[in-house]
Ligand binder design. Structure first.
Ligand code: BG6
Length: 360
């Protein structure tokens, strides 16, 4: 798993580079959806399981913001049995590292049986999901062996970002300067990841892990993209360290769950999404007032503000808003890794888990 965490900059570069032309425009391989074809879709579905589903939650925020098309994200095992309102006006994005996950394959077939157009984002060339899709966008992450995904997750994110930008450009819903800035930042993502991996913030993660590995309940809180990121941070921790944790939209805490916050409860507060930073800060104050032990994640430009309230702050480089989860996931992967190491867990092959669940 550590090898694959460290391979992420290269994996992202391999996934992005072939899809950005010399003119700086994004090319989605052979998928040339014209403006009128895109306008014919009244809804986009994103269907997946596990971490791939968490990519879809980020994708909803990114694609809706860029392309202004309604996006519905669904856990594949739920979608396939809820008589979904999918038809020939639906565009379905299937996300799967292995391309063999039974629930995701069944959801693909359900969508196709109702006439939907299916594009899949897959890491294994020639896998069943790839073969049964109308179009495939491969994540060139290379073989991923560790059961808990890392580089497949971050390359899937990069593909979803490119889809959002390409659709936004075709529909004219993304301003040219915003598009150019996002594409430029996308191309800098590998080096910004390397920058984080070489940073003091990154070096401090094993120390935080030795402070926190004995907790038996952890909350990841955040808003918007930080909430979507928290879902993956929480699953990483559960999968490899066996610590119960949950990701919570921090604005929702006051509607019940904050009753669980008591003296010493570990809260990982994600505050990278700038437009809601002040709201995120007030949620940090709320949980601290109830005795929570807070470890925060912030961008370099917000580090100072966060450090006024939180002692332990992990900092990531600033980047385009839509790319924040791509950088923010790396410290969360490493935190889960070092906590699991402290607990003596089998990190690459966690108990009860399979790399690809090809049965229901
Ligand atoms: C789980 C894996 O079994 O399946 C996760 O451990 C993965 O890492 C999930 O996110 C979905 O698998 P896939 O191959 O469809 O992405």
């Amino acid at each position: 798993m550590m090898k694959e965490i460290m391979e992420q900059p290269q994996a992202i570069s391999a996934t992005i580079s072939p899809r950005i032309g010399n003119d700086g425009r994004i090319i989605l391989d052979g998928i040339a959806l014209t403006q009128e074809e895109l306008q014919a879709f009244n809804r986009i579905f994103i269907l997946a399981c596990g971490s791939a589903y968490h990519v879809g939650v980020v994708g909803k925020y990114v694609i809706e913001q860029a392309a202004r098309i309604p996006v519905e994200v669904d856990i594949a095992s739920e979608f396939r049995y809820r008589m979904p309102l999918v038809d020939e006006r639906s565009l379905v994005l299937i996300i799967s590292q292995s391309g063999e996950t039974a629930d995701t394959l069944a959801a693909l077939r359900e969508a196709k049986s109702h006439g939907a157009r299916v594009i899949s984002i897959v890491n294994v060339v020639g896998s069943t999901i790839a073969r049964e899709s109308d179009d495939v966008l491969y994540t060139w992450a290379g073989p991923e062996i560790a059961v808990a995904t890392t580089k497949a997750y971050s390359t899937q994110l990069a593909v979803l970002d490119m889809i959002g930008l390409a659709f936004g450009e075709a529909l004219g819903t993304v301003k040219k300067e915003e598009y150019n800035e996002a594409v430029a930042e996308l191309q800098k993502l590998p080096e910004k990841m390397e920058q984080f991996l070489a940073s003091e913030s990154c070096e401090a993660i094993p120390k935080y892990a030795s402070q926190y590995f004995n907790h038996n309940s952890v909350f990841f809180i955040g808003r918007n993209l930080d909430y979507a990121l928290g879902l993956e941070g929480s699953l990483k921790l559960k999968e490899i360290s066996y610590i119960h944790s949950e990701a919570y939209a921090s604005g929702e805490l006051k509607h019940g769950t904050i009753s669980l916050i008591e003296d010493g409860t570990l809260v990982i507060a994600l505050g990278t999404y700038a437009p809601l930073f002040d709201k995120a800060m007030s949620n940090v104050v709320e949980v601290k007032a109830r005795g929570a032990d807070v470890l925060a994640l912030a961008t370099e430009s917000h580090r100072g503000e966060m450090a006024k309230t939180v002692e332990n702050v992990i900092t990531i480089p600033d980047t385009a808003q839509m790319l924040l989860p791509s950088l923010g996931v790396v410290p969360l992967q490493l935190l889960a890794y070092y906590i699991a190491l402290q607990r003596g867990c089998d990190i690459d092959k966690p108990r009860n888990l399979a790399k690809s669940v090809t049965v229901e």
